[in-house]
Design a protein around this ligand. Sequence first.
Ligand code: SIN
Length: 282
Amino acid sequence: MPELRKLTGYIGAEIVGLSLGEEIEAADAAFLRESLARHQVIVLRGQHLDRSKQKKLNRVFGSPMRLPYVEPLADDPETIAVLKEADEGGGGVFGGEWHSDFSFLANPPAGSVLNAVEIPEVGGDTVWASQTAAYASLPEDLKTLVDGRTAVHVGKPYGVKFAPPEETRSGASIRMTRGDPEADRETSHPAVITEPVTGAKALFLNPIYTTRFDGMTEEESDPLLQAIYRHCTRPDFSCRHRWQAGDIVVWDNRTTLHYATNDYDGHRRLLYRTTFQGTPPR
Ligand code: SIN
């Protein structure tokens, strides 16, 4: 029976004693789904999965999802390479701001699987913040503001606020496409959603894609959103993963925010990412 070890008080668990082979037993699959719902981020070290096994693991959590903007591997539309080359340097990195992936879609990803292939000796950690813990401890005035409210999300890369010029990329190794109408339109989601298994409420707002609350302008929304972001990205609600090649991390994209640290210029970093779908956030 695999063992589960919590990583922090609020978020993250490492699962030990489970080797993800060709077939994943039904009982192990149920344990993985339950662990993800309860802990929001699950870590399995030393797995060294090939891409076919990674896709089998991805299917344990939901149907594979094609993503707008980011080009998948030429021979594998279910997988993207999260790659920064040693000589890329400067500028940003893919995922280098607190966000929930593709929250601008009508049905944003339920979660993703990252599979570490090549990792710098130091740096390139990923950080996740629990939005259930953030909601539970949100000051009453902000809770009153977000409860029952919807917010607007826009995908024009990095949100209309930070939209870079056409044909730019977040990093030379990750090919980004532009002008995808599915991503560029405004979509509204509840500012607070419910995790379907645990019933926990989570904030569903993020600094990249959320532009405003419905019924308010961007100028009116901004100070309120900034106050919420200061709260919901507090280190108290976060866990940080120091990658090693062979690690697998699965996260719930709806009830967490995540952030890729960019502190490893001069070193190559490669992870394969697959993404799975669920029902739309409610
Ligand atoms: C992402 O999926 O946002 C990137 C995560 C990472 O590179 O650590």
